[in-house]
Design a protein around this ligand. Sequence first.
Ligand code: KDG
Ligand code: MG
Length: 413
Amino acid sequence: MKIRSAETLVTSPGRNFVTLRITTDDGITGLGDATLNGRELAVASYLRDHVVPLLIDRDAARIEDTWQYLYRGAYWRRGPVTMAAIAAVDTALWDIKAKAAGMPLYQLLGGASRTGALAYGHASGRDVPELLDSVRAHLAKGYRAIRIQTGIPGLDSVYGVAASSAAGGERYDYEPARRSTTAVNRPVEEVWDTRAYLRHLPNVFEAVRAEFGPELPLLHDGHHRMTPIQAAKLGKALEPYDLFWLEDATPGEDQAALRLIRQHTTTPLAIGEVFNSVYDYTTLLGERLIDYVRSAVTHTGGVTPMRKLLDFAAVYGIRSGLHGPTDISPVGMAAALHLDMAVHNFGIQEYMQHAAQTLEVFRTSYTFTDGLLHPSDTPGIGVTYDDDVAATFPYEPAYLPVNRLKDGTVHDW
Ligand code: KDG
Ligand code: MG
């Protein structure tokens, strides 16, 4: 089973996506997600110019060897562009192998360890009443775990907070790349104040717990904006509200920062959506500084290294919480769901739900029932790509916002 062709597909049905489609000489196709929000074309070029020519005539069954060839063989290892490109190849080859076997991918990964993957959704509000409405709307949609993001008094807008009420229940307006596009195509700049955030957040969780009680798993994303001591203070302040996790408290590069946070709080910690290799985790896992691994299959080199990473985490009793915002395509999402089904140390899966336009291009078979996701038993990863619909949504440049403090200093994400 040789690789006959590999196509790099770029489309923008609601937001930009880069997809690799590999076709074998016996006509089996596989899909892989290579979307890197705000830097999409860099990965498309890496694939088209440097990877696709190497794939033609390779044995499609040799997934590990192809991964090592692209990773070790390039000399320049790691980094989000390289690892997103390798992820797309790896995922597409797993899709092909599972289709050739006539099985859903999770069967090749060892079979189901559970009936479905607990998903969490994104509730947000500019103020507490709007947030409570958003939580209710998510519960009505079937979510059984909910991330809480909130506007901050004195700040005009806050990343991750929908620009209008989500109470209608059908709006998926946490679309950072799209809303940051300006006429001259520069990122929108937002103003941030960490002290105001630290003062406000415990009151918000107090209100959410008062309304919804102690059972509902609640999560929060700090988007890398705190110093270690600020994060320690927040973790402590949130202990009465029993969070499922506090995510990305500090900038991702600094693994040692998690030591300080850990010394001060029992709030569970999650990090890793901007990581792209197991080497970003060695201190974190080896010293048990986190509770959940947040990487995306799409940005970490694919199914092959993600399985190894989760097995490494399992040694330390650390669980998965794979990244699943709408800038992970339905292909990347489906790949994550197969891993969620198979690994023993599954924790939770992020699930924002893609826009209707996105799902016209990417036809998915995964399901969401009673708060649980299931990848379906369709052979492969269970997603198809509609070229005709995709062609009606050409690429549109778009960036994530940039964050500044009140005095104009560029701040961490
Ligand atoms: O592209 C950036 C988004 O994927 C990220 O900001 C979303 O933080 C995020 C999350 O937890 O889903
Ligand atoms: Mg996050």
